[in-house]
Ligand binder design. Structure first.
Ligand code: FAD
Ligand code: NAI
Length: 462
């Protein structure tokens, strides 16, 4: 049996399901093909949401152990019920999955459960439990996302050596966890297991943590995370990882091997394009396997588009969403745009790390003249009252016209504070514009304003 759709979306992650909803809003008859029963993709099933649920729960644990007593809250024998913590996380996933299922229904989007494959001529073959269905579409959108990658000698074993997917559900707390990779996944999930009681050693190939993040922010983050108990081994290249089922051995170039109970491989993600039929329909990929698209998200096959992690760039849920909306709006109206210079990024460690726009390192390298305003949370009233004094806000403005070029924050709720910076930058704000806006008192956002004032050396509280 064959249905004719205006748009068939393959993959129901944040890129795909959001694109489908926008397409339906614009009047397109839309179908979504997803091989997993749950919708929401990596982000909801094994990414953003479960990791944030675990980070939140373990932060409560940490606060109850280390911060309650100094405020006069006396609790005895705090301990963690790991299965209950995991059940809470799974409950959050189930609720949000139900929400997305409801949204697809509301927008009359047909949901097809199964592995999608392009067979040419606008057709998508869906291989599900009950057999094969062929869908017919005027246009097809590939939103199949990404999956964890590893290197030869460093493969997950489905038991003690795992990727982020396994590390979100380990059944017991390892005594010693080795994390390979000191970027986002390594630091977020390393933090979760450290708070649960593991000794955490992070091995990173490069001489610094968080490559790509403003180096001043990364340096501060490293100091704070070290104080919290994470061990960093930088400039460390892992050669091989093995396990006998009870413990693991991590072999390193040029130094002694490290023995531990579990290993988290967090060395990046690769596009999900296996069995998608790309070759068959003439869709080109780049050297790393990402689907090639033009500025309208069109692949090298007529009528086939791609967005999200599968086309590369920042692997972020909101970047995938933006692209999904822009692609569909361009199809329907001729207009649609993503401002890649203004995509915020947040790392949910404690304190959080958030940034948008250019880093100081990038501007220095480009020879772009800039001025910097910095303001520490230690001098912010709300931060003192709530006991989150670590970190600072850093605003980088063009030396000539004061336009904000980048904002970098390390501190409590940085992930919320960065939204103001992203909006300001989207409107082409100067640091003076931010400084002249009234900010409520007492709020952490006042630190953003003070950093903007500091660009012109006129911060009030420092
Ligand atoms: P995905 O979410 O990967 O969705 C693709 C979907 O396509 C999947 O459901 C898959 O099953 C389906 N699919 C693939 N092939 C087929 C096929 N042939 N047929 C049918 N279905 C198919 N980003 C953030 O912005 N913030 C965060 O806090 C954050 N935390 C993260 C934490 C972790 C542990 C991980 C791993 C990632 C995190 N990310 C975060 C990244 C984020 O999850 C991804 O950038 C985002 O999910 C990409 O969205 P997408 O729609 O492109 O693809
Ligand atoms: P990544 O690609 O961001 O970082 C991998 C790190 O591993 C790099 O620092 C790299 O130098 C290091 N590395 C590579 N090979 C190594 C080796 N042999 N030995 C030691 N170190 C090695 O990968 P990560 O952290 O797995 O994240 C994948 C993606 O998921 C990211 O692109 C990120 O955007 C996304 N994500 C986003 C989150 C957020 O927005 N809060 C949270 C988690 C993931």
């Amino acid at each position: 049996m064959s249905d004719l759709y205006d748009l068939i979306v393959i993959g129901a992650g944040p890129g795909g399901y959001v694109a489908a909803i926008r397409a339906a809003q614009l009047g397109m008859k839309t179908a979504v093909v997803e091989r997993e029963k749950k919708l929401g993709g990596t982000c909801l099933r094994v990414g953003c949401i479960p990791s944030k649920a675990l980070l939140e729960t373990t932060e409560l644990l940490e606060k109850s152990r280390h911060q309650f007593a100094e405020r006069g809250i006396i609790v005895h024998d705090v301990s963690i019920d790991l299965p209950k913590m995991m059940a809470h996380k799974d409950g959050v996933i189930a609720q949000l999955d139900g929400g997305i299922q409801g949204l697809l229904k509301k927008h009359r989007i047909d949901r097809h459960l199964g592995q999608g494959r392009l067979t040419g001529g606008g057709k998508v073959e869906v291989a599900g439990d009950t057999g094969i269905t062929i869908l017919d579409g005027k246009r097809i959108l590939i939103a199949t996302g990404s999956e964890s990658t590893s290197f030869p000698g460093m493969e997950p074993d489905g038991d003690r050596i795992g990727t982020s997917t396994e590390a979100l559900s380990w059944p017991e707390v390892p005594d010693h966890l080795v994390v390979i990779g000191a970027r986002v996944i390594g630091l977020e999930l390393g933090t979760v297991w450290r708070r649960l009681g593991s000794k955490v050693s992070v091995l990173e190939y490069l001489p610094r943590i968080l490559p790509g993040t403003d180096s001043q922010i990364a340096h501060t983050a490293q100091k704070i995370l070290q104080q919290q108990g994470i061990d960093f081994h930088l400039g460390t290249k892992v050669k091989n990882v093995s396990s006998d089922g009870k413990s693991c051995r991590v072999e390193i170039d040029g130094s002694e091997p490290v023995d531990c109970d579990r290993v988290l491989i967090a060395v990046g993600r690769r596009p999900c394009t296996d069995h998608l039929g790309l070759d068959q329909v003439g869709i080109e990929t780049d050297q790393r396997g990402f689907v090639r698209v033009n500025s309208a998200y069109q692949t090298t096959a007529t009528g086939v588009y791609a967005i999200g992690d599968v086309i590369g760039g920042a692997m972020l849920a909101h970047k995938a969403e933006e692209e999904g909306v822009a692609c569909v709006e361009k199809l329907a109206t001729g207009h649609g745009h993503v401002n890649y210079a203004n995509i915020p990024g947040v790392i949910y460690t404690a304190p959080e790390i958030a940034s948008v726009g250019a880093t100081e390192d990038e501007l220095r390298e480009r020879g772009h003249e800039y001025r910097i305003g910095r303001f520490s949370f230690a001098a912010n009233g709300r931060a003192r009252a709530v006991g989150h004094m670590e970190g600072f806000v850093k605003i980088i403005a063009d030396a000539e016209n004061d336009r904000v070029l980048g904002v970098h924050i390390i501190g409590a709720h940085a992930g919320e504070l960065i939204a103001e910076a992203a909006v300001a930058m989207e409107f082409g704000a100067s640091s003076e514009d931010i400084a002249r806006c009234c900010h409520a008192h007492p709020t952490l956002a006042e630190a953003v304003r003070e950093a903007a004032l500091a660009v012109d050396k006129r911060a009030i509280h420092s």
